[in-house]
Design a protein around this ligand. Sequence first.
Ligand code: NAD
Length: 414
Amino acid sequence: MNATNGSTESTHAHYLSDACQQLGYGQEVYELLLSPARELHIQLPIRKDDGSIVLFNAYRVQHHNARGPYKGGLRYHASVDINEVRGLACLMSLKTALLELPLGGAKGGINCNPDSLNSRELERLTRCLVEKLHRNIGPTQDIPAPDVGTNEQIMAWILDEYTKIYGYNPAVVTGKPLVVGGSHGRKEATGRGACQVIANYAKHHNMPLEDCTVVIQGFGNVGRYAAFFLDALGAKVIAVSDSQGAIVNHDGLDVAAAIHHKDSVGTVSGTANCDIIDNASLLALPCDFLIPAALGGAINSANVDAIKAKVIVEAANAPVSWTANDILAQRNVPIIPDILASAGGVTVSYFEWVQNLQFVSWSLDQVRDALDQRLAQACRQVFELADEQQLQMRSAAYRIASERLKDAIFAAGI
Ligand code: NAD
């Protein structure tokens, strides 16, 4: 039951293997939990505006649907490959199980650099994906959502293309704009979720949030909302970064100013009253909570020794390699794992799906209350098991999720 390197795929295989051993499951159950049900590799030929034809590789991995329809994001990024998508699909099955959502797990992506395509080309690429994938997605089959490099607009194109074939059914995709069946609170959900998980952790450990400092790597959808909500709860966000640079102010950043600067200039670098530092130095800043909210593998064997944070919060998917995870565990640095800390997005995606199936709309307050309650319950379960059995939070979360997934697979019958 051993994985061999630090890629996203093997990271989750490694943790799943540990969970299965602790639960007393044999090799066959481990393989049942790890192996995806279906993997699709699709080629997308697109004509660019200059007349040239470019061929893109797209993937959709449907991991498990024993607990409900496959569910997971679509990533447009140059690093996308089948191994990455396979690992992220497994992570989604565990995340939905941990949050007790009646959904399974999937992930998809297109290997592309979205910044090199204009809006018309991105639209053609997305419509072409649905043209090739529509038989394998659907409201009770597989429901995509946004991830790195994708957004509400791309979800709206997916809905429109699907509607042309099957008629209007907004529950086929989540993370849509409000005007075409999106949910209040979806855009902010992953960042708010990370913030709520930190608030629950801080309460559990008697750490007043007003006395806590926070450092955030990544200032996209997840990072900026995490900063916004933590700032609103009184925590001191002292540093943030994006792919173009990092900024620090040890007295606390003006988060609204950093968001405004990012929106107007394209980077946080240069925000007033902050010092510019390099991205590697940001990860090494002393702080109470370090939140990696960019890409996988951000904290790895090369930089783990420099980490001085008291607690790491995985708002991104798989931002800590398992080698770094084990080193941090030896140093007793707690890690709030991705299947808990980044679960806010899929939880509100579930609420969006429920609203779409019933053709109703919840208020922002309803969505936020339901999200906060569900996360508080998952936190309680993970913290209690970790305390009782003296486990790392990741081991506790993986145990709970693996057991639920295994029970559903066996209840349905092999
Ligand atoms: P995004 O594309 O909106 O933002 C990513 C951010 O990371 C950008 O600000 C980018 O500049 C920054 N970045 C990239 N490389 C960096 C580097 N080396 N150093 C510092 N910053 C860097 O993506 P997102 O939606 O915010 O997703 C971020 C992470 O959260 C991903 O791992 C994603 O899988 C995960 N996640 C997202 C959601 C969601 O709802 N969007 C849900 C669950 C998990």
